[in-house]
Design a protein around this ligand. Structure first.
Ligand SMILES: NC(=O)c1ccc[n+]([C@@H]2O[C@H](COP(=O)([O-])OP(=O)(O)OC[C@H]3O[C@@H](n4cnc5c(N)ncnc54)[C@H](OP(=O)(O)O)[C@@H]3O)[C@@H](O)[C@H]2O)c1
Length: 420
């Protein structure tokens, strides 16, 4: 049962938290004076009780009190939410760290996510980062460059096909509060060649079963799906449009969505379009879209691009922002969710238009770009024609306005230029 409690905390007038002073510094300033410990709280039916556990002690002055409220969810004793009318909510209001597990943390999005979570600074009580971060790797040892960049990361080897490795996470890391599943066979041609492998990796049954093995099974699961669940015969698909994938990759993702919707009580499924952006700390083996176009065009030879395949490419840092926003909502508000979101950029562009924008940003000769139909090339896998997505629900739900394709290209190429 998720019982909500309200703790009444008394602050001395002269040491109230303000937008300039954080909650923790206000606490510190209070503790210098004659102190009285408050470790009782009011239940929703107005009874006074002691803390069921003591996350930390409040030493507060008794004179001239002001009250502020703190919401405490017994369902997850690691999460503590503070509400101050004139204080911005900050990660530093957490009393102990939130455990975040990135499954597939060695992949393109996984590494960007680990970087995104690591760069959020906690203050006061959680002075470094407000997260305990773990990630899974599969085919290779965890990348040294990633571990060197973020030494606090905990790596675990996991195989989603068998579930091997999850037990070790339970033993050393414990039950995660948030799990982001980025692991997949994400190359459509590879899925087409081995449909059984695609199903066994892309449908995360071992992950979901492991999560439900915890007595308290309220972790938030954020699962990455794809725009390729749509058939591709119209523009701007909405989340409640019918799914009709044309290839094995898309079919495995639809099966995964159905599995998660049936088995999980707290999840977000993100149907992502092509994710583009700078290279990862430890470079991924697959070619990245903007870097690939840039590489082709930089040779100065005539190159072909499809004029009839449309996508809404999304800048990788926007995907990270979406995942951080969903995580925050769960950590601070403790509201279980079941949400399905299209995650795309604001622009519907053909592959030809993508190349034209890269050429424009780089100053390449646009006449070297040749327009061809997707049907002129056999790629060994069916590719949906127009899977552009309507992202109104994403913008409305999370208040995030994704970067335009042109700006994302500029940011990507600038970052690559700086790191080379
Ligand atoms: N990138 C895009 O443009 C895009 C677009 C739409 C949707 N998505 C979806 O977004 C998610 C992340 O994509 P991405 O581009 O970051 O993928 P990625 O770079 O291909 O990374 C895939 C990850 O899955 C792991 N993995 C593969 N097989 C595994 C297994 N049997 N057990 C456990 N882990 C396994 C890999 O680990 P190892 O490397 O250690 O083997 C790697 O960490 C995927 O679900 C993908 O389908 C991506």
């Amino acid at each position: 049962m998720n019982r909500q409690y309200t703790t009444v905390i008394h602050f001395k007038q002269s040491a109230l938290p303000t937008p300039q002073t954080s909650f923790s510094s206000a606490l510190k300033s209070n503790t210098r004076r004659k102190q009285r410990k408050i470790c009782c709280f009011q239940t929703s039916d107005n009874r006074q009780q002691k803390f069921p556990h003591k996350p930390y002690k409040y030493h507060l002055p008794s004179s001239n009190p002001r009250t502020r409220t703190r919401h405490h969810s017994l369902q997850n004793p690691n999460r503590h939410h503070f509400q101050f009318p004139h204080c911005e909510r900050k990660w530093d209001f957490m009393t102990s760290k939130t455990r975040v597990l990135v499954v597939g943390g060695t992949g393109y999005l996984g590494q960007h996510l680990l970087q995104g979570f690591s760069q959020i600074e906690g203050k006061g009580i959680t002075s470094t980062t407000p997260f305990d971060l773990a990630f899974t790797h599969h085919s290779n040892p965890p990348p040294q460059a990633l571990l060197d960049a973020f030494p606090h990361l905990l790596p675990f080897q996991v195989d989603l096909k068998t579930g091997h490795g999850f037990q070790a996470i339970s033993q050393t890391f414990g039950r995660p509060d948030v799990v982001i599943n980025c692991a997949a066979l994400s190359v459509p041609r590879a899925c087409e060649m081995d449909p059984a492998a695609a199903l066994s990796v892309n449908v995360p049954s071992s992950l979901v079963n492991w999560l439900s093995s915890f007595e308290e099974s309220s972790s938030l699961l954020i699962h990455l799906s794809t725009d390729q669940v749509y058939e591709g015969v119209k523009s701007f698909y909405k989340e409640d449009d019918e799914t009709a994938p044309v290839n094995v990759y898309g079919k495995s993702k639809v099966t995964a969505e159905q599995f998660i919707s049936e088995k999980c009580s707290n999840f977000a499924i993100l149907r992502s379009s092509i994710i583009f952006g700078p290279q990862t700390i430890s470079p991924v083996p697959k070619s990245l879209p903007i870097q690939w176009i840039d590489g082709v065009l930089s040779k100065g030879k005539m190159s072909e691009f499809f004029h009839d395949e449309f996508r809404c490419p999304v800048y990788v840092k926007d995907v990270v922002a979406v995942i951080l926003a969903l995580s925050k909502r769960w950590i601070y508000e403790s509201k279980q969710t079941k949400v399905l979101l299209n995650v795309g950029g604001p622009d519907r562009v053909s592959r030809l238009q993508m190349a034209e924008i890269v050429a424009d940003v780089r100053g390449y000769n646009p006449s070297l770009i040749k327009s061809v139909s997707a049907s002129s090339v056999d790629r060994g896998v069916m590719s949906p024609a127009d899977i552009s997505m309507d992202i109104t629900k994403l913008v409305r739900t999370l208040g995030i306005a994704p970067t335009s394709f042109r700006d994302g290209v500029r940011l990507t190429l600038e970052t690559e230029a700086k790191s080379s």
